[in-house]
Structure formats: structure tokens, C-alpha cells
Design a protein around this ligand. Sequence first.
Ligand code: B1M
Length: 212
Amino acid sequence: MADFTKISEALIKGDAKTVKELTEQAVAEGIAPGEIIQQGLIAGMSVIAERFKKNEIYVPEVLIAARAMHAGLGVLKPLLTESETEAAEVFLIGTVKGDLHDIGKNLVAMMMEGAGFRVVDLGVDVPPEKFVEAIREHKPSIVGLSALLTTTMVAMKDTLEAIKASEFKDKVKVMVGGAPVTQNYADEIGADGYAPDASTAVDVAKKLIGAA
Ligand code: B1M
């Protein structure tokens, strides 16, 4: 019988090797990949998210835990059935045009993945039209925009306007974040959500899709 707690504990410790081995063991025991993800990997990542939020751990620990999560996901992804993959809500994320900072954006992406979203990461310096094209292709529930420069915050407004001018107006939720971004700015440009950090971003995303 698979011990999901052991998978979670290994993930929390950032022990990628053990996570991979325990995940392989659970698969060999015939446990459904979706169940291993939910009860082993996501359960562990939720603990990491909580500790990060309370400043009990910092960015390096989160990155190490995320690496362990990916070791488990690497075993499971090829085994997920199409329906299991498609069932997950899609979270599309990118750093806006003109901005090359991606460390915070990557953390948000990892936390979202850890919370069960299927993440599509467009990378950095993403122009508004590329966001719209990607919405057309991946049909996300939520689009996340990250910006680290005061000079690129305006690209968030441009991206929101491009989305609102497209056929996806009212069909996707848009959330924003990044060091210079505030709730006031999010309200001013008409974003649906704002989060000051990666774990709060998960809470906000869940609220936006009505899952929290
Ligand atoms: Co840049 N940089 N940088 N930089 N850089 C800052 C942001 C800066 C504050 C440094 C400073 O002057 N004190 C300053 C901005 C000033 C301003 O606009 N107010 C600055 C500058 C000026 C620049 C350049 C213009 C420097 C130059 O070339 N003259 C240049 C711009 C390049 C460009 O983007 N076009 C530049 C370049 C770079 C590097 C390439 C060298 C490198 C980036 C490497 C990379 O990302 N791969 C870099 C770095 C590392 C920084 C600092 C030091 C660290 C940023 C970081 O990764 N923080 C930064 C100073 C600082 O913040 N102390 C600085 C850690 C990360 C985990 O936090 O990104 O805030 P953060 O993400 C958090 C939250 O903000 C939130 O969750 C994350 C995790 O909790 N969050 C979201 C982020 N996105 C979110 C999205 C959400 C929700 C939450 O929903 C969708």
C-alpha cells in the first residue's frame, strides 16, 4: 500500500531521489497517477506554500521542493490519461513585455502546478498579442501577469486591454503580481486578482475559479 505521507515528507525535505523512487513504487502498486499527485505531491507542496507564506522558509527551499515535485511529476506525466490532464484548470503565465525578470514568475508557476493547475509558461518579455494567441491555443481559466519594473507595469495594462478587446473578454480571469505591483494598481487597471507572493497567488487563483 502506497504511503502518501512519505512522498509528501520527502518532497518537503526536497529529497528528489526519494520522491522519484516512492512515486515509481506507488505506480508499480497500481495507484492512479492523479491520486499520487493529489495526496502525495500536492499535499507536500501545500505545506511548502504555507511555510513560505509564514516566512518559515525562503526561496531556495521552495525551489528545492519544486525540483522534488518535478521528479515525481516526471514519472507520472506520461501515465496521465488525456481526461486527467484535461480536467486540470489551465493557468497561463508570463512576464510582461519589456521585462526579463522570471524568478518570481517561476515560483508562482511552480506553486500553481503544486496546487494542481496545468501551467503554461510563456516565459519573459511576452507582448500582449502573444498572451491573446496563447489564450486562444490553451484555453486557460486564469492568466497571470508578472512585472518587476515600474517601467513595465504599463505593459500589464496593455495586456489586459488586449485581452478585453479580444473574444476572451469575460471568459478568462486575469491576475497580476510582482514587486512593484499593488492591489490599488490591480484595481486601477481592472485586473480580477492580485497577489503579493507566490503562495497567496494560489489562494487568489482558487478563489477566482470558485475552488476556495
Ligand atoms: Co533587476 N531590477 N533589473 N534584474 N532585479 C530589480 C527588480 C530592482 C528593484 C533592483 C533595484 O534597483 N533595487 C530594479 C527595478 C526598479 C524599479 O523598476 N522600481 C531592477 C532593475 C532596474 C533592473 C534593470 C533595468 C537593471 C539594468 O539593466 N540597469 C534590468 C532590467 C532588465 C529587464 O527586465 N528588461 C534588470 C535586470 C535584472 C537581471 C537580469 C540581472 C536579474 C533578473 C534575473 C531573472 O529574473 N532571471 C535581476 C534581478 C535578479 C533583480 C532583483 C535583484 C531580484 C528580483 C527577484 O528575482 N526577486 C530585484 C531587486 C529586488 O527585488 N530586491 C531587481 C526574488 C523573487 C522571488 O521575488 O520577483 O518579487 P519577486 O516575486 C515574488 C512576488 O513579487 C510575487 O511572487 C514572487 C514570489 O513570492 N510575484 C507574483 C511575482 N510575479 C507574480 C505574479 C502573480 C502573483 C505574484 O500573479 C500572476
